[in-house]
Design a protein. Structure first.
Length: 702
C-alpha cells in the first residue's frame, strides 16, 4: 500500500549500505565454485541462448556481478548453498537479456529518464530501495536519507558513481519486465459464459455409484510383455519419457549425526545457562554472548506472533520468568526469559479496499466514488469483505483480502489514520475515507493494543562433536582408500556391513542425491570427472560423509528402452490388464454384476457429492476422464469401462443436482481471469526459452 508517509531523516546511514541494498527485482539463482580448475580449459562454452554461445568467462563475469550485489546487500559473502541461487540469477539474467530485449524492442517498450527519476526518488520508489532504507528507530522507509545519498553522488568517487549507474540500469530492466508481464496479465479475459461455466462446474453435484477395478486385480505373472511391445510403446509415447543428462550412482553414507554423548553434553550446558539467565543483570548481553543463533533478543509489538516454541509449551508467560529448556522440531534446545513488558505506541489492525483516483480528473473521480459507494453498500448488506477486496482493490493488499496487518497511527496518512483510530469497535466503517490516493472502504479487524514484550532467547544447537565427526571421517576415508573400483566398493561394503544406497537417473543439474541435501559436488564429480566404475574421494555434507561410485551416465540424447525399461514395461502391462478387465466386464448390465467378476479385488462405492470441477474421485484417486463421463450421463445411465492411470472405472449417475442460477457470475469470471493472469507470465517465459532453444552445459563446471 502506498500510504506510508515520508518520515524523519535517519542519521548515520552509510552510502555503502544504501548501495549494497540495491538488488534486482526481476531475476532470480550460486558463484565460482571450488571447481575452478576448469578455468584453464580455454574458456569453454557453458551454454547456448538463441543460437549464441555463452562462454565460461562471460557467464562467470555475470555471476560476479550478482555475487557482489548479494554481498553488498547482506554485508557478507554468500555461502556455497546461496551461491547456487546467485548462479541461477545470473543465468536467468542472461536469458532475459538475450530473449526479452528483442520482445521489448518489438513492442516499443522503454523507460524514459523521467520514469527512472520517479523510480528512485519520486512517488513510486522501487521496492528494492524501500526495503533497504529503513530507519532503525521507526522501522519505516526513510526517503529523506535517500535524497541525501543521491545528492552525495555528485562528489562520490567514480567507482561509486559507476555502481549506482549499474543499479539504475538494473532497475530499468526490472521495470521493463514488470511492464511486459503486466501487458500479458491484463490481456487475460474471461467471458461471462466462461464465468457461468466455472460456477456450474463448482456447484453442480452428482450422486454416483463407482466401480473400481485396480490393475492388481490381475497378477503381473498373468501378463507377458515382449521386447517388441515395449519398443513400440516407447516409439509411440516418446514425449512421456524425455530424459536429459543422467547418471546412476551408488554410495555409502557415513553419518555424522550427534551421538548420545553429544546430546547429553548439550542438555547439561543449556540447563546450566538457563539457570544463569534467570539471574542475569543484562538479558540481551547474556543471550547474545551465549546463544548459538542470532539475534537472540527480541521486542514483540502488538500483533506480532510470539515464538511457537514458547507458546506451545507455556500458556501464559510472566514478566521476569524463565521458561525451558525445550526441544525444538529441528532438535535445537531453547529457553526463554520474559525480560520486560511495557506500554508503548498503540498498534491496530485493519483491512481496506482502495479505489485509486491518482491522476484522474474530477469527473472520473466522481465515477470512482460512485463505484466505491456501491461496493460499500453491498458490504453493509452482508457481502464478504475479503472477496470484494480481491475483486475491486487496486493495490497490493487486494491479493490478501485487503489486510494491512498491524500498524501504528503515524505510519499512515492522516485521513486514514484518524478514521481507523477513532473507531471504538471492530467492523466496517460506515463511510468512505478519502486520501490523496483515492477512496478507501475500511474494516477494523483489531482495536489498538499497547503492550510490548521483550524476550531473551537462549538456543543451543545439537551438533556432532569433533570426536564424532573425526570417527566418521576415519571410517569413510579408510573405505574410500580400500575401494579402487566399483567391484571392490561393493565387496568392502558387504564385508564391513555398510549399506550401499542407489540413486538412479540423477539429473546433471540436480543439487540433491535422493534425500541428501546440497550434494552438488558429488553430482558434478560424476558428470565432469568420473568414469564408469570409478570410486570418489570422501565428500562432506552437512550430516554425513559420502563415498560414491559411478555406475553409469548418459549424455542428453533420444531415450532408449534401456533407460526407461521398468516404466515402459509397467505401462504396457497395465494396458494389457485394462484390455482384459474391459473384456471381462463386457455384457454385464449392472455394477454389482461387474464387481462380482473380481470379488474383493474390486470396490463399489457410493459418492454422494461428486463435483463436475473435481478431477479426483474420493477413495479412488485421480480420474478426470471418469468424472467427465459420469456428468455426461442421463440419470440412471452407466458409463463404459474407462481406463485411468490407477485402474478401470465404471460410473453410474444416480441423481444430478444442477447448480442454481444466480444473478451475477462476475466473481467467477474475475477468478478465471485472475488465475490466467497469474500463469501467463511464467508460461510465456517458458515458451520464449523453448523458442530460444536454451542449452545449459553449466553442470560440467559448477
Amino acid at each position: 500500500m502506498a500510504l506510508i508517509k515520508e518520515i524523519r531523516q535517519r542519521t548515520g546511514l552509510a552510502i555503502g549500505v544504501i548501495a549494497g541494498g540495491l538488488i534486482l527485482f526481476l531475476l532470480g539463482g550460486d558463484l565460482l565454485s571450488p571447481n575452478s580448475t576448469l578455468l584453464g580449459s580455454n574458456n569453454p562454452v557453458v551454454g547456448e541462448i538463441a543460437g549464441e554461445e555463452i562462454t565460461y568467462q562471460e557467464y562467470v563475469d555475470k555471476v560476479e556481478e550478482f555475487r557482489i550485489a548479494y554481498q553488498q546487500r547482506t554485508g557478507r559473502a554468500p555461502s556455497e548453498v546461496e551461491m547456487f541461487t546467485v548462479r541461477e540469477q545470473a543465468w536467468q539474467a542472461m536469458i532475459v537479456e538475450k530473449v526479452f530485449d528483442e520482445e521489448y524492442e518489438k513492442l516499443g517498450m522503454t523507460i524514459s529518464p523521467e520514469e527512472l527519476v520517479d523510480m528512485v526518488q519520486g512517488k513510486n520508489i522501487v521496492p528494492e530501495l524501500r526495503q533497504q532504507l529503513i530507519n532503525p528507530q521507526t522501522g519505516l522507509f526513510d526517503k529523506t536519507q535517500l535524497i541525501a545519498f543521491l545528492q552525495s553522488l555528485e562528489t562520490a568517487d567514480p567507482a561509486q558513481q559507476a555502481f549506482w549507474a549499474q543499479q539504475e540500469q538494473l532497475f530499468a530492466e526490472s521495470r521493463l519486465r514488470i511492464k511486459y508481464d503486466n501487458l500479458l496479465s491484463t490481456s487475460e479475459y474471461a467471458t461471462s459464459a466462461e464465468g457461468k461455466m466455472e460456477y456450474k462446474a463448482a456447484n453442480t453435484i452428482a450422486e454416483a455409484s463407482i466401480l473400481f477395478v485396480p490393475y492388481y486385480a490381475i497378477p503381473d505373472t498373468a501378463i507377458s510383455v515382449s521386447e517388441s511391445e515395449m519398443e513400440a510403446y516407447l516409439r509411440d509415447n516418446k514425449e512421456k519419457f524425455q530424459t536429459g543428462n543422467t547418471a546412476n550412482i551408488e554410495y555409502v553414507n557415513f553419518s555424522i549425526l550427534p551421538s548420545s554423548a553429544d546430546s547429553a553434553a548439550v542438555i547439561e550446558e543449556i540447563t546450566q545457562l538457563t539457570e544463569e539467565l534467570k539471574n542475569a543483570d543484562n538479558d540481551s548481553v547474556f543471550v547474545n554472548r551465549n546463544s548459538d543463533l542470532r539475534p537472540a533478543f527480541y521486542t514483540f509489538r502488538p500483533g506480532d506472533e510470539f515464538p511457537e516454541d514458547l507458546t506451545r509449551n507455556v500458556s501464559e508467560f510472566v514478566e521476569g520468568e524463565t521458561y525451558g529448556p525445550f526441544v525444538t522440531a529441528n532438535s535445537t534446545y531453547i529457553s526463554f526469559k520474559v525480560s520486560d513488558k511495557y506500554e508503548g505506541t498503540p498498534r491496530m489492525r485493519a483491512s481496506h479496499i482502495l479505489f485509486s483516483t491518482e491522476g484522474l480528473a474530477d469527473a472520473a473521480k466522481a465515477d470512482v466514488k460512485a463505484q466505491a459507494e456501491e461496493v460499500l453498500q453491498d458490504l453493509k448488506n452482508g457481502g464478504d469483505f475479503a472477496t470484494a477486496a480481491r475483486n475491486y482493490g487496486q493495490d497490493g493488499t487486494s491479493q490478501t483480502g485487503g489486510d494491512l496487518g498491524w500498524f501504528a497511527k503515524e505510519e499512515f496518512v492522516d485521513e486514514f489514520a484518524e478514521a481507523t483510530y477513532a473507531r471504538r469497535t471492530t467492523g466496517l466503517l460506515p463511510n468512505l475515507v478519502e486520501t490523496e490516493y483515492g477512496y478507501h472502504i475500511i474494516e477494523v479487524t483489531d482495536l489498538p493494543k499497547t503492550e510490548y514484550t521483550k524476550i531473551a532467547v537462549l538456543q543451543k544447537e545439537l551438533i556432532a562433536s569433533d570426536a564424532t565427526r573425526n570417527e566418521a571421517f576415519r571410517n569413510a576415508d579408510s573405505f574410500a582408500a580400500e575401494s579402487g573400483n566399483r567391484n571392490e566398493f561393493t565387496e568392502n561394503a558387504v564385508d564391513q556391513n555398510y549399506r550401499v544406497l542407489q540413486a538412479n537417473n540423477v539429473d546433471a543439474t540436480s543439487r540433491n542425491l535422493n534425500n541428501l541435501q546440497n550434494a552438488r559436488e558429488i553430482i558434478r564429480w560424476a558428470f565432469a570427472e568420473a568414469t564408469e566404475g570409478e570410486v570418489s574421494p570422501v565428500f562432506e555434507l552437512e550430516n554425513a560423509y559420502i563415498v560414491a561410485t559411478l555406475v553409469s551416465k548418459k549424455e542428453e540424447e533420444e531415450t532408449t528402452l534401456a533407460d526407461v525399461r521398468d516404466q515402459v514395461e509397467g505401462q504396457v502391462r497395465n494396458d494389457k490388464k485394462a484390455a482384459l478387465i474391459m473384456e471381462a466386464l463386457a455384457g454385464k448390465s449392472t455394477l454389482e454384476e461387474m464387481k462380482a467378476v473380481y470379488g474383493d479385488d474390486a470396490s463399489l462405492n457410493e459418492i454422494p457429492d461428486l463435483k463436475l470441477s473435481s478431477s479426483v474421485i474420493p477413495g479412488i484417486g485421480f480420474a478426470p476422464k471418469a468424472v467427465g463421463a459420469i456428468f455426461g450421463l442421463s440419470e440412471g445411465g452407466i458409463t463404459k469401462p474407462i481406463q485411468e492411470d490407477i485402474g478401470i472405472i465404471v460410473g453410474k449417475l444416480n441423481t444430478l443436482t444442477p447448480a442454481a442460477d444466480i444473478a451475477d457470475y462476475t466473481i467467477y469470471q474475475a477468478q478465471l481471469a485472475q488465475s490466467g493472469a497469474q500463469r501467463v507470465s511464467y508460461q510465456v517465459m517458458m515458451a520464449l526459452e523453448d523458442l530460444a532453444d536454451v542449452k545449459d552445459y553449466r553442470y560440467k563446471y559448477f
